[in-house]
Design a protein around this ligand. Structure first.
Ligand code: NAP
Length: 308
């Protein structure tokens, strides 16, 4: 029987792990197949307090991991498949094994969304990706495109200018959603060319199955044209990772977990933190804050069980 299991090892899960470990609860963190969450696939983080010169996302995550481990957090790459609240305990199935815990913190984050076009699955890793940090360096001196108009798209586009000969930013409207500072940087960059009011309707691979071009459609004029690109970087937001909890924890229509009160779910002993429950702020610092709150509430809950 575990005292605290934390699902997810992004900013929320690792902050929860630091707090729970410092409370001597020896939490078990189930990291999943892609440890580190979204920060591990980002570049410079300029808005996490305490780092006036910014810090690399993967470095920030590694620091948090080391900090949690130092206080006694344990880590496993197991991926959660099922979940069953069971009176005063919670059962959770990870990599075919059932684990039991008194308290559970769900911080399973969110995954990158794709466009849902034909051949998408096959092309991921062959000129279609959602991670410029991971794949940008493969596309030197060739044209690439980024899809989206938010901060992620702006960040990816700026990062890709280090490698690509040209970065097209394809956005379905004529105004970026990104914060002003990011939008200004993007629009001022000589290598970035925005293509407004436009969507991709088709990926066009070459004979080796690698992306070679995309078909574009202007949403106002319905005009279509081809654009040669060696890679498409999709940055159109994320979907919460709640599959394992479907039907057991309350969600909104888009799958984000709903809290009964702050970080408490409707099941006693089950707490929620980070982007899996946040459709509004989605910042590293807000994820860290809710991870901290979830660990404090879990600790209080465990103390109340002991009193009982
Ligand atoms: P986002 O803000 O939700 O933006 C998603 C973008 O993709 C929007 O421009 C949206 O268009 C577009 N889009 C959505 N679905 C689409 C589709 N099916 N086809 C084409 N375009 C589509 O997501 P995000 O950029 O990932 O940012 C998420 C949160 O993280 C935000 O709060 C953001 O501020 C934060 N963030 C911050 C930083 C930073 O501060 N450095 C970096 C990254 C992310 P519309 O505009 O028309 O809706």
């Amino acid at each position: 029987m575990e005292k605290v299991i934390i699902v997810g090892s992004g900013c929320a899960g690792l902050t929860a792990a630091i707090y729970a470990a410092r409370a001597n609860l020896s939490p078990l963190v189930l990291e999943g197949r892609q440890p580190g969450g979204q920060l591990s696939t980002t570049t410079l983080v300029e808005n996490f307090p305490g780092f006036p010169d910014g810090i690399d996302g993967p470095q920030l995550i590694m620091n948090m991991h080391a900090q949690a481990e130092k206080f006694g957090a344990r880590f496993s790459y197991a991926e959660v498949e099922a979940f069953e609240p069971n009176g005063d305990t919670v059962r959770i199935k990870a990599d075919d094994e059932w684990l039991e815990t008194r308290a559970l913190i769900v911080a399973s984050g969110a995954s990158a969304r794709y466009l849902g076009l034909e051949n998408e699955e096959k092309l991921i890793g062959h000129g279609l990706t959602s991670c410029a940090t991971c794949d940008g360096a493969f596309y030197r001196n060739v044209p690439v495109c980024v899809v989206g108009g938010g901060d992620s798209a702006a960040e990816e586009a700026l990062f890709l200018t280090r490698f690509a000969s040209k970065v097209y930013l394809i956005h379905r409207r004529d105004k970026l959603r990104a914060s002003k500072i990011m939008a200004d940087r993007v629009l001022a960059h000589e290598k970035i060319e925005p293509i407004w009011n436009t969507v991709i309707t088709q990926y066009i691979p070459d004979e080796k199955g690698e992306m070679s071009a995309v078909k574009l459609r202007n949403v106002n004029t319905h005009e279509e044209r081809l654009l040669d690109v060696a890679c498409v970087f999709v940055a159109i937001g994320h979907d919460p990772n709640t599959k394992a909890f479907a039907g057991k924890l309350e969600t909104d229509p888009d799958g984000y977990l709903l809290a009964k009160h702050l970080v408490e779910s409707k099941h006693p002993g089950v707490f929620i933190a980070g982007d899996v429950a946040d459709r509004v702020y989605k910042q590293a610092i807000t994820a860290a804050g809710s991870g901290c709150a979830a660990a404090i509430e879990a600790e209080r809950y465990l103390s109340s069980l002991e009193l009982k």
